[in-house]
Design a protein around this ligand. Sequence first.
Ligand code: GCU
Length: 616
Amino acid sequence: MKHRSIRLCFIALTVAITSSFEVIPTASAVTPVAAPIVLTGADRRPAQSLEGEWATIVDPYFSGLYSFHHEEKANGWFLNQKAKPGDPFPTEYDFSKAPKLKVPGDWNTQRESLFFYEGPVWYEHDFTYTPKEHTRLFLHVGAANYRAWFWVNGQKVCEHEGGFTAFNCEVTAAVHAGNNFVVAAVDNTRHEDNVPTLETDWWNYGGLTREVSLIAVPDPFIDQYDLHLSRADDSVIEGWIHVMGGQKDASVEVEIPALHAKASAKVEESGRAAFHFAVQGLERWSPATPKLYKVALRSGEDSLEELMGFRTIEVRGTDILLNEKPIFLRGIAIHAEAPYRTGRAYSDKDAETLLGWAQELGCNYVRLAHYPHAETMLRAADRMGLMVWSENPVYWALQFDNPKVLAKAEQQLDEEIGTSRNHAAIILWSMANETPNTEARTHFIETLANRARALDSSRLITAALLVRAEGHNKVVDDPLGKALDVIGVNEYIGWYEGHPDTADTTEWRIEYQKPLIVSEFGGGAKAGLHGDENERWTEEYEANIYRHQLPMLNKIPQLRGMSPWVLMDFRSPNRPLAGIQDEFNRKGLISEKGEKKAAFYVLQKAYKEQSVGKPH
Ligand code: GCU
């Protein structure tokens, strides 16, 4: 008897006694949920959009999820509770009375008080739904920076880490007919073991920064696919289609009506159906002819229609071959900063404006830095004929000796490639940017490079390396170069070192017989600030850097491309110089207000005249 009463009062204790006798039921253990899945071509599926105004609560102490002893709460704000008269406890939040934020959109540029905010923000949104028989329902999130938790009708449906890749949470069991609600907690707090880590040179825009929708699919359904032109025989399309929940030997079909091409295959043990079929009269995708084909994929009750281009990309010696012809990548680097309104770019309009400027510059290629950009950007690049360097946010000094950090980088790489491998525009997967030359780093990125090759053998692997100085000259011999198909190097002669004319006397030694892309060079200028060409921050100084850089780079035998830093000024917390930077990195050729600087015309002239790179 005595023991029983002691045990009873102990149980009472685990319900946690707070200083003010509030009872907080804590979750006995963190609620395990299924990992989100990757969908290729999610934007080609019919979807119920959840975009618009979402109720939001800023929660710097994350008290909506964690108790005062930092245990995950069982009755957290994800229950979207409403206070009822006579409740034996206070409900200290109410989404129906909370201010709104737009989704998609970062919170920093929507509300002055959140401009510098880093921490958790809660989102709540009501929606109605009519369940359909034999279907599975997924909550599709284009991106949530940085860490995010999702609940539907109070039921946890997923967690995700990584601010720039899409993920899809199964909500089939959580939704019901009629009124439903979804609650998300998004936390953009920077941690050392994050990917990227504490230091970046871009604004840490937080929130549900891209599209959010509900995607219903039959069961089984096509979740990922890879269809590309064979390098061995360019009249053959090869690849695979994976059917989630697919029965072995189930039939899968591909049809390209414009080419009168149709092929079918059987699902194997792996869930994949392998394809290898001949096509006649295919027009290959290229910047000059960005031909896209409607491609129908079918399996059982499931079907989707993709819009894809077909081309080959490969390396031969120090040449990059597009459709078996050597090319030079006339490019520019771009951050996903929205033109004019600033904030995280996500829309078709953002993409068309940014890529439109790149085309006006005379580009046939863009480096999308330093993280995977939105599908809207990749669809626009496919349409406009701009080749793409896509990058995993392994940026500067990650914890390269921490296996958990490697797992995070691998997860983000899987999501980047799994989501976007259907874009002909993407020719390069970049594994990293400006990482320190240590053994742990080299091993870390070699592991990623091998993983990327296993995920996608039809594209080239690169990374942006730092350059070593030898006296006045530059040497490219970072050991990581061995793991790459194409070497990327960043240099800032004339800005972080020397003067613009230092380039005239700088020799380069490249220890690799591989194609080389100068993935960054440039300098800052305040649009409209004019003066002597040797006066920093003037448009003349920036233009002067370009005038000296181009002839220097042209002397590098392996040079096969460049993407100067950067198309448009973008926000960065590292740039406080008042009256000049005002929290913008000013190395753009165009200001965030669309003002073209003098250097824009220097590069445009060189690209139009094709005076950079080896004539092919
Ligand atoms: C680096 C880095 C960029 C940064 C740029 C700069 O090279 O890769 O992210 O913005 O230099 O300093 O402007």
